[in-house]
Design a protein around this ligand. Structure first.
Ligand SMILES: *[C@@H]1O[C@H](CO)[C@@H](O)[C@H](O)[C@H]1NC(C)=O
Ligand SMILES: *[C@@H]1O[C@H](CO)[C@@H](O)[C@H](O)[C@H]1NC(C)=O
Length: 462
């Protein structure tokens, strides 16, 4: 009985919502959920039809609050052109005020290229990435056990629109699926679970499902990454990446046996990891890898024309809940990343995000340290980030280096896209450091000359 007013309220709010937006119906929807890595990727294809009288300029997507808080990236596109010349055109997506959506659902609006006229249909492709959505269960495992995780979702797609036909496919990392909720029709073959097809579901239909499966991928989470990108107009860019890394999988319990570790390692079925792969730009030089104890010698660098791959090995293999702190540093040629814009400004064009493969970064700070004497820095980043300026001082600095600080939480590999930092620079400042060195040498020389010519003897001169 207590639930009744609540239900009534949510029905009312649905009605309100529907009446305030143009009539859109989803003809067919397909959702493919990729659970093969610790990062969850969802591909959604929606074929929508405008059944109202007025035109519709955007399509709304709904997320339950638990997903919304783990949403790292949301992109939409639409296919244009015929079969062979099909190209995908990106569409802009923005979050919208969703006070009237039931149960705290969060809405995002996909802006269509041209408004959808009454009776017209279009297809929208959506990709979104979720982090920290796989819950290890059991939460603690010993060294010899496999890691199993829970994934929670709905068998029907949460949507503010009525969906005529829909199917969900869930891909797990291995064939070992302990259990999954069945809502007919449901089928599993190997590592794929299918929910649906379901027909004519009302707006905001939600039927919770849970999938329990094996996922022995290394759950590498960088809790904090501070990247320092220091530009020197004398020909190089220095990068220093400070990592605080964690194995975010099931907690390790019991004692650690190296013998057993080596045995399981050779069979491949262990959620622990002992090495990490970082993808660095081509032409890197002076690579180092160290922690607070000192240089860690276990790293391998492979360089080719397109990229460099650095394989690093922390001092010990990492099990669930274990942490490692280290720094990777390297130099890059200036001309690969620093350019001049048509209006005479200089700009750095560099990749945002973390160079470690398949890694979530909870808190990323990118510091672009500009040369001394740089003015008016501005950053162009293709997604919202927090920006501020600070000063960095290093050897021989007089006024300090202007530093552009960019911060972003919940960063995934999809964020590894170029960003730019523009600034004004007067080349006269390039002379500042050599001039200081020259004048220091000159002063020293004068002092020597003065010393030689000074008569410091006490005795009477003849
Ligand atoms: C650190 O170790 C690497 C091997 O990975 C070696 O090439 C380098 O010379 C060492 N650096 C120092 C300062 O010891
Ligand atoms: C930045 O570099 C990427 C390739 O790494 C390139 O595609 C892009 O056009 C560059 N952006 C600017 C503004 O130069």
């Amino acid at each position: 009985m207590a639930i009744l007013p609540f239900l009534l309220l949510s029905v009312l709010s649905i009605l309100q919502f529907v009446s305030s937006s143009p009539q859109v119906r989803v003809l067919s929807a397909e959702k493919r959920i990729d659970l093969t890595s610790p990062i969850v990727r969802v591909f959604l294809t929606l074929k929508v039809e405008n059944t109202g009288a007025s035109e519709a300029s955007d399509i709304l997507l709904a997320f339950p609050p638990t997903e919304a808080e783990h949403l790292a990236i949301l992109k939409a596109s639409t296919a244009e052109g015929k079969r062979k010349k099909k190209t995908y055109v990106p569409l802009s997506v923005g979050s919208v005020e969703s006070a009237d959506a039931p149960n705290g659902a969060q809405l995002h609006a996909v802006q269509l290229r041209s408004p959808l006229q009454s009776g017209e249909t279009t297809t929208v492709e959506v990709l979104y990435v979720l982090t920290h959505c796989l819950e290890p269960f059991p939460a603690e495992i010993s060294q010899s056990e496999s890691q199993f995780v829970y994934y929670r979702d709905s068998a029907t797609i949460l949507s503010p629109y009525q969906i005529k036909e829909q199917t969900i496919y869930i891909k797990t990392s291995t064939n070992k699926v302990e259990s999954f909720t069945k809502i007919d029709p449901t089928a599993r073959s190997g590592s794929e679970i299918r929910y649906g097809p379901y027909h004519d579901r009302a707006p905001y239909s939600y039927s919770p499902v849970i999938v329990h499966f094996e996922n022995n991928n290394p759950f590498v989470v960088v809790e904090e990454l501070v990247r320092e990108i220091e530009i020197s107009h004398w020909g190089s860019i220095q990068i220093r990446d400070h990592y605080k890394l964690k194995h975010a999988g099931a907690q390790h319990k019991g004692v650690f046996s190296r013998l057993e570790y080596q045995f399981r390692q050779s069979f491949g079925a262990s959620p622990s990891f002992k090495n990490l792969l970082a993808r660095l730009p081509p032409r890197v030089h002076s690579v180092y890898y160290r922690d607070e104890i000192g240089n860690i010698s276990s790293s391998h660098l492979r360089i080719d024309f397109q990229k460099s791959e650095l394989e690093i090995e922390p001092r010990y293999p990492l099990f669930g809940g274990w942490k490692a702190t280290f720094t990777i540093g390297y130099g890059l040629p200036l001309q690969d990343f620093l350019f001049e814009s048509p209006d005479g400004q200089r700009y750095l064009n560099f990749s945002f995000g973390c160079p470690l493969l398949e890694t979530t970064v909870d808190d990323l700070t990118v510091k672009v340290i500009l040369p001394e004497g740089s003015r008016n820095p501005t950053a162009a980043v293709p997604f919202p980030v927090h920006q501020n300026l600070e000063m960095t001082y290093s050897y021989l600095d007089v006024v300090g280096r202007t530093t552009m600080v960019l911060r972003k939480t919940n960063v995934v590999p999809e964020h590894n896209i170029p960003f730019q930092v523009y600034y004004d620079f007067n080349p006269i400042f390039m002379l500042a450091e050599p001039l200081m060195l020259v004048s220091a040498v000159f002063l020293f020389f004068i002092a020597c000359v003065a010393y030689i010519h000074m008569d410091l003897s006490i005795g009477k001169s003849s």
